[in-house]
Design a protein around this ligand. Structure first.
Ligand code: BGC
Length: 796
């Protein structure tokens, strides 16, 4: 139900929402690459030193800045204070909420602290001039936007970026995004989304880093470092916003905005760590979520917003509500009117009201009737001013309009988008189909039939993007590679529609070709916000097209474009080669072509468990064991004895997924030697003394990894642990390390991991994070279902 209200100015923008994020690129020399790698090398995944946090200028107390905050605060009227807590979307609305048409007047009166969805630098300056020249205290407006996977230079979606298992890529991507957005005058992004996603029905799985808290923490910190740079007040830095706090990804049934029930234990073990990592990395802001968490809406939850975020983690930045989330406290049923909603959200710790207008409408009255203490308003205003000062907005409120376009689509940015895409693809299957060599990589000059709705533009298949940028489609990239005369293009079907004639034409085309390249899957609108699916197969008539093409007997490569794993058991049985390409961004076509022809090797691995059937959802690798675990079961015969029947299983489906978390194929193969650990006995007391210390090492684990194939390849080597005998049940495996090694054919490398004391600590039955006496299993492995095991113990 989009709001019918229009922005006051006719600015040509697309929605800032994820699925319609902007295409495009950047203009100034690409500092981010080298710097990003250096920074990354200096910090362990997920961990951020205090010094680095201070460098980001938000967490550390800066006396001068604090003094300025206080001096501005002293001059403010209550109306002006409340104004700083008010945010509107001045561009195209992206959802329900209050639209207004008097932003200019409000800014002049100091009644608006932030605007978002304005992307025209001229318009940004126009609004900013009102704030700086006409408002009494000259407090600059903070302009925000959903810059989710690039600003103009569109990168692969976050789920794909995470599939690189390379925080350096994410950091470099977000540096590019920051540089481009800042050049347009946007100094705040509502990103990263760090929600843990265990259910592929939930469309926003596409926007995050998947199901694992350790990997998710590493990615969360990388995004924050990339957006915020070395200094937040650098002109090419933007404030990050870790969202959606908290538990939003656990929506019941995978249905967006739905309620969540998450025990405190599970919250602390799984859902909170990526937020904590973002806070430790210095995120300037956090967004409170839509969902109710254990019956308390997240945007009115003092336990998560005040107790955990502020008190336990010491967060000093700004908390903004999600879109109209304060207004939604009424339908949630914890507020009966706007005043009550504003009071509850504010007292729970939401500083800024995104679009609902309820702070604007009610906070003055709530303060004068003493339902909201003035001291709390002052504190919220401090959070906002602190971020604006840290960004250097008071000194540099305006954007250089002439320079802005030059910042976009820098060749280095496009090159990075291509590298990121190449490293995000996952080789799910590669066989010959006829008993010979694997089908991929393709060799020689082949006549290719390119079929399917997603071969021409996987990002905007249903129409031209708002600004296309230098985009090369898969069909065009293949034609460049093998020659236009060797590529025939057949639609086959649309995403959701199709005709018998089109399918027949595609089949006839395949019959004349040497191989078929099928580009199938979801349009971008089918994942992201408000795009939950109850069915996870190929939409429309695409499955029918796939089967018809495979039945020709020609070699078939299936390239899947999607924002989530799709349940395609038939394809995985019958199609010789399957690639998951996600939504690969601006350079997806050339990137795929390079992989198809083996110019480079696959290295991406899954960051979500790939289900066989929707009924398995939610499915994730780091689950608890049951008292009655089931192994592989024979589904063709009913269990004959009690022992195999009364176990935790389905009678009509395996428990095992199609592909486990961490899985990804390669054009070469790797073998893993025995895992060795440096200490078989550790003391819980010692571990607890060294928890979260800078250089704490509990033990090292190492193994030989050998390239047993005939070409070079990168392998994402993973480290998992399991603890048994603890006071709370621990997952059957938990990721505690990963690194990518490059191995030439036949080469062996010893891969070594450091396990930190906190990697072996658990949230115990008293809600304390401590190491406990337990049996320890450690695997070094290619994915979450394989690997070699070493065992040790933690003694008191
Ligand atoms: C989404 C947020 C987004 C906001 C602003 C909401 O609907 O949930 O993730 O940042 O809109 O566009």
């Amino acid at each position: 139900m989009p709001s019918s209200s229009r922005p006051p100015t006719a600015i040509s923008v697309t929605s800032g929402n994820f699925r319609r994020s902007f295409t495009g690129a950047m203009a100034r020399p690409f500092l981010g690459c080298a710097l990003g790698s250096v920074l990354l090398a200096a910090s362990l995944a997920g961990a951020q030193s205090a010094a680095e946090s201070q460098a980001n200028g938000i967490i550390g107390v800066d006396r001068k800045r604090e003094a300025r905050v206080e001096s501005i605060l002293k001059q403010m009227t209550l109306e002006e204070k409340i104004g700083q807590l008010v945010q509107y979307s001045a561009g195209q609305p992206t959802g329900p909420g209050t639209g207004r048409s008097d932003y200019e007047e409000m800014i002049a009166r100091g009644q608006i602290g932030s605007l978002f969805n304005v992307i025209d630098p001229h318009q940004i300056n126009a609004y900013q001039h009102i704030a700086m020249d006409a408002s009494r205290l000259h407090i600059p407006i903070l302009f925000g936007l959903d810059v989710i996977h690039g600003f103009k230079t569109e990168f692969p979606i976050p789920l794909a970026l995470a599939s690189t298992w390379d925080p350096a890529i994410v950091e470099r991507e977000s540096r590019v995004a920051a540089t481009e957005a800042a050049a347009d005058g946007i100094r705040w992004t509502f990103s990263p989304m760090v929600d843990i996603a265990r259910d592929a029905r939930w469309g926003r799985m596409a926007e995050g880093a998947g199901e694992d808290p350790y990997l998710g923490s590493a990615m969360a910190a990388a995004y924050v470092r990339g957006y915020q740079g070395i200094r937040l007040d650098a002109p090419d830095s933007i404030a990050a916003c870790a969202k959606h706090f908290v538990g939003y990804g656990a929506a019941e049934g995978g249905r967006d905005y739905n309620s969540t029930e998450i025990s405190e234990h599970t919250l602390r073990e799984f859902y909170l760590p990526p937020f904590h990592a973002a806070v430790n990395a210095g995120t300037a802001s956090v967004m409170s979520a839509f969902n109710s968490l254990n019956a308390v809406p997240s945007s009115a939850n003092p336990f998560t917003l005040k107790q955990i975020l502020r008190k336990e983690w010491g967060f000093r930045g700004l908390v903004v509500s999600d879109w109209n989330a304060i207004g939604e406290l009424i339908p949630h049923g914890i507020a009966v009117d706007g005043a009550a909603a504003a009071r509850k959200a504010f007292l729970a710790g939401v500083d800024m009201d995104m679009v609902s207008s309820l702070y604007h409408d009610h906070l003055q009255q709530l303060v004068s009737s003493r339902q909201v203490p003035l001291a709390d308003v002052d504190e919220a205003v401090r959070h906002v001013l602190r971020v604006k000062l840290a960004l250097g907005l008071f000194e540099h409120p305006f954007v250089d309009e002439a320079a802005a376009p030059k910042a976009l689509y820098h060749p280095d940015s496009i090159a990075l988008a291509q590298i990121a895409a190449e490293r995000s693809f996952i080789l799910l299957k590669n066989e010959s189909g006829s008993g010979g060599a694997p089908l991929l990589p393709l060799k020689g000059t082949l006549n290719l039939a390119v079929i399917g709705p997603l071969a021409d533009d996987s990002s905007y298949p249903n129409g031209a993007p708002p600004e296309s940028g230098p985009r090369v489609t898969l069909t065009a990239a293949l034609a460049q590679r093998v020659g236009q005369e060797h590529v025939s293009r057949f639609k086959g079907t649309g995403i959701l529609d199709g005709s018998d004639d089109d399918i027949a034409a595609a089949v006839a085309g395949v019959q004349k070709a040497d191989a078929a390249i099928l580009a199938l899957g979801e349009s971008p609108e089918m994942s992201g916000e408000a795009a939950s699916r109850a069915n996870l197969g190929l939409p429309g008539r695409q499955q029918q097209l796939l089967e018809a093409v495979v039945h020709t007997g020609k070699p078939v490569v299936l390239i899947l474009f999607s924002g989530r794993p799709l349940t395609l058991p038939w394809a995985f049985e019958h199609v010789p080669a399957v690639i998951e390409a996600w939504l690969p961004g601006i350079a997806g076509g050339p990137a795929l072509t390079r992989l198809l022809f083996g110019d480079t090797n696959f290295s991406g691995k899954l960051v979500v468990t790939w289900p066989r059937a929707v009924g398995q959802e939610p499915v994730y690798y780091n689950a608890l064991n049951t008292g009655r675990p089931a192994g592989a079961v024979d589904l063709t015969r009913p269990p004959t004895d009690v022992a195999s029947r009364y176990v935790s299983r389905y009678i009509d489906e395996q428990n095992a997924p199609q592909f486990p978390f961490g899985y990804g194929g390669s054009y070469t193969s790797f073998s893993y030697g025995a895992t060795a650990i440096s200490a078989a006995r550790l003391s819980a007391g010692e571990l607890n003394k060294n928890l979260n210390t800078k250089d704490g090492v509990a033990m090292t684990a190492e193994a030989d990894v050998r390239n047993t194939g005939s070409r070079a390849g990168d392998e994402v080597v993973q480290l998992y642990v399991r603890l048994r005998g603890t006071s709370t049940a621990q997952p059957v495996r938990a990721l505690k390390g990963f690194q990518t090694v490059t191995l030439s054919a036949g080469e062996t490398k010893r891969v070594k991991f450091r396990l930190r004391p906190e990697d072996l600590a658990v949230w115990n039955d008293r809600n304390q994070f401590l190491a406990e006496p337990s049996k320890l299993s450690v695997w070094i492995s290619p994915d979450s279902a394989r690997g070699t095991l070493a065992e040790g113990e933690i003694v008191p």
